[in-house]
Design a protein around this ligand. Structure first.
Ligand code: F6R
Length: 358
């Protein structure tokens, strides 16, 4: 069942090249093929929402970012548990996109039902065939991650990222927007399975870095722009399986408070994959080093700092896709930290695979 791996999480991390390829199969040729979306033009809507929980919410934040980059219209991303009780306008001119691995998460499902009642158009992205979410939504698209057994989501997340990446290109084009570097983006999206494969080969490096947390109770993740989405997910993964308290901050927000927590030996995991803002992040990292932090830097090629001892590079790839290889490294980091601490990686305490209560 575990294909020779000790844990489902490790097996599922290693399935990522395959399931990403499966999720993209038939959906990207020279352009994006998503007939379900052919009639959807965001200019027809007054409000567009992305609604999800946990890791799926992080995937939604990624899609929100792409939407902001490519289109001249606001897309609002809200955790389902907040959306339900907040006074967000929903009516017949609303498009609500729901992202859920299980398609059974109580808050996500309730938010969908509310949107349906108010006459919105609903789109569900689910991994489980015929899930409640999939059955109820007006339009359903599936990720092809296969069954995810480990409580901590890995392959479901990365398949959501690639599906959402393709979907946002399609929606932008449907809305008449010019997607900058679209050929490179699509080319690199097709390459993602190979890039993920290459990252999984860095397992030993992340295993070694994970030992830094052996005697630590806290870890701080920092990044800017799209890197912030990846650090949110990296911190969530670490806390849920290793019980290390992990916080994710915008690198630029450090000096507005969190830097007070940085002390001799504090572990900081920093991401710098976005060229325009990387120098700023590097200077924030150096401020933490000056206070004694032990830093692990995940970076894109061409970004340098001599002051950072532990650095790992992702392959050259379109910057809007860099979060995917970075996420693989962060998954490995969380996994080995948890293993090192003797935690039950597949079934962390207090967590259920599918949260069907509110
Ligand atoms: C974290 C994790 C959870 C889920 C969340 C939503 O690793 O798995 O945060 O992402 O409970 O679940 P789904 O996607 O099934 O709606």
């Amino acid at each position: 069942q575990k294909n020779g791996y000790d844990t489902f999480m490790q097996k599922e991390m290693h399935e990522q090249p395959y399931v990403i390829r499966e999720t993209l199969r038939g959906r990207i040729e020279d352009s994006i093929v998503m007939p379900e979306l052919d009639g959807i033009d965001l200019r027809d809507y007054d409000h567009v929402y992305l609604i999800a929980c946990g890791t799926a919410y992080h995937a939604s934040l990624y899609a929100q970012y792409l939407g902001r980059e490519w289109m001249d219209m606001p897309i609002t991303c809200v955790p389902a548990s907040e959306f339900r009780y907040g006074n967000y306008p929903v009516n017949a001119k609303t498009l609500a996109i729901f992202v859920s691995q299980s398609g059974e998460t109580a808050d996500t499902l309730a938010a969908l039902k509310m949107c349906l009642r108010k006459g919105a158009t609903t789109l569900a992205i689910s991994n489980v065939l015929d899930s409640s979410l999939a059955r109820l939504a007006d339009i359903t698209m599936y990720t092809c991650a296969g069954p995810e057994i480990a409580v901590a989501s890995t392959k479901a997340y990365t398949t959501q990222l690639v599906l959402l990446a393709a979907m946002m290109v399609k929606l932008a084009q449907n809305a008449g927007a010019q997607v900058r570097d679209v050929e490179t983006f699509i080319h690199d999206l097709k390459e993602i399975p190979n890039v993920v494969e290459a990252m999984l080969e860095q397992e030993n490096v992340m295993e070694r870095y994970a030992r830094l947390l052996q005697d630590q109770r806290d870890a701080y993740f920092i990044g800017r722009q799209l890197d912030y989405v990846s650090v949110l997910e990296g911190a969530l993964k670490l806390k849920e399986i290793s019980y290390v308290h992990a916080d994710a901050y915008y690198a630029g927000e450090l000096k507005h408070g969190p830097i007070a927590l940085i002390d001799e030996g504090t572990v900081v995991i920093a991401l710098a994959t976005q060229k325009e803002v990387a120098p700023k992040t590097i200077s924030n990292i150096e401020e933490t080093i000056a206070r004694g932090a032990k830093v692990i830097l995940i970076k894109a090629p061409g970004i340098h700092s001599d002051k950072i001892e532990r650095q790992i590079e992702i392959p050259a790839i379109h910057p809007y896709l860099a979060g995917i290889p970075a996420t693989i490294l962060l998954q490995l980091f969380a996994f080995y930290t948890a293993k090192e601490k003797g935690c039950n990686v597949d079934q962390p305490r207090n967590l259920a695979k599918s949260v069907t209560v509110e």
